[in-house]
Design a protein around this ligand. Structure first.
Ligand SMILES: Nc1ncnc2c1ncn2[C@@H]1O[C@H](COP(=O)(O)OP(=O)(O)OP(=O)(O)O)[C@@H](O)[C@H]1O
Ligand SMILES: [Mg+2]
Length: 346
């Protein structure tokens, strides 16, 4: 169990929201636009300090900021977001700084309609996913990511200068070499661990062979990076950007030995996505005493009964499950143990 109660103030349509939360979690049932996704978004914000979109959009119209407060088993956490000031986190009334100290306390796995992008969308989507997942697991990953991104943008800016400021470029390259191969190794390691879970969960949904690979742009070793830079120097100068490193890399899912993106059917893509979420949840459960928080937004409409039951099984791995649907009967069938919270329209 993670959440015992959740409170929101000036959060989207809610001037004030208060919900007591049972051990298993809750299924939020209500009409369209009744405020279901907003509650999941509040849980997501509390867990990893980001909502589903831009923070500004979460502020109730006409207000200057919002607050989310959670009663957790060991204390009270509060997130405050104020226009122009950003996010503040308080634990038992004390400000937590830096915010990265909080990440990982409430591990989450999210399944929303837009997540199909994992299979068919651009690489940037998968990179955001891996950064979010690894940041929850490994503080070192999060701490490496920030200086890497900074060094990258500095190097890119210098590549556009004439004459080329060699010494400055080299000093940023040193920083890229400190963090880049480390980020790559962490991603490769994660891929290996997720692959096994993915294969065993997919076998319950489909019979095709499945594989997950990470496609590095360069070997994760400083010497390989240096060699690649020498070779790519002219192209990098012409394009004014760094062509190797984790910022340009991607994951590939293969079904029947072919890239799923472009070849898999709609049903296969959905099964792949569910198996991927299983893999994420199983991996996070293996790292902690309890499973992660599972956030399932509006999936009932997109999945058939068979796949919905598979997601119901996934909920058993979770430490707590929160989902939204317009149809209570569908939820009762696939998630018989999950208590229902009906949202009344005002
Ligand atoms: N910043 C905001 N301030 C006030 N109201 C907002 C804000 N952002 C969104 N809303 C309102 O909140 C409602 C949508 O809430 P939410 O997305 O949680 O609903 P939902 O129950 O998930 O709907 P659906 O079933 O259609 O997905 C809409 O009526 C929208 O106009
Ligand atoms: Mg919704």
């Amino acid at each position: 169990m993670y959440f015992r109660a959740l409170e929101g103030v000036h959060l989207r349509k809610y001037t004030h929201l208060f919900i007591e939360i049972p051990t298993e979690g809750l299924a939020f049932i209500g009409q369209n636009a009744s405020g279901k996704t907003t509650i999941l978004e509040a849980i997501h914000k509390m867990a990893i300090l980001r909502g589903f979109g831009r923070d500004e959009e979460m502020i109730q119209w006409g207000s200057q900021g919002y607050r989310i407060r959670a009663r957790l088993p060991d204390g009270i956490a509060e997130v405050r977001y104020a226009r122009g000031q950003g996010t503040t986190l308080l634990w038992e009334g004390e400000v937590i700084q830096p915010l990265s100290r909080w990440i990982g306390h409430l591990p989450v796995v999210v399944l929303r309609p837009g997540e199909i992008e994992w299979i068919e969308g651009p690489a940037a989507f998968r990179r955001r996913w891996v950064d979010r997942l690894l940041s929850q697991i490994s503080p070192e990953y999060l701490h490496a990511l920030t200086p890497y991104v900074r060094a990258l943008s500095q190097r890119n800016a210098l590549l556009g200068q004439d004459p080329l400021p060699h010494a400055q470029i080299e000093s940023w390259e040193q920083l890229l070499l400190t963090y880049g191969p480390f980020l790559q190794k962490k991603r490769i390691e994660l891929t290996q661990k997720l692959r096994e879970y993915l294969q065993s969960f997919y076998a319950t949904l489909g019979s095709e062979p499945i594989n997950l690979r990470y496609k590095p742009s360069v070997e994760p070793e400083a010497s390989a990076w240096k060699k690649a830079w020498e070779k790519l120097r002219n192209r990098e100068i012409a394009l004014k950007r760094t062509l190797i490193g984790p910022h340009s890399e991607d994951f590939v899912i293969e079904l029947n030995h072919k890239q799923a993106r472009g070849y898999a059917s709609e049903g296969q893509k959905k099964s792949l996505l569910i198996a991927l979420k299983w893999a994420e949840a199983a991996y996070l459960s293996g790292l902690q005493a309890k499973g992660p928080i599972l956030l399932l937004d509006d999936i009932g409409e997109k999945l058939d009964a068979f796949r919905l039951r598979a997601v119901g099984q996934l909920a058993r791995l979770a430490g707590q499950t929160f989902l939204t649907d317009v149809d209570p009967l569908r939820v009762e069938k696939a998630f018989p143990e999950l208590p229902i919270y009906e949202i009344q329209n005002p």
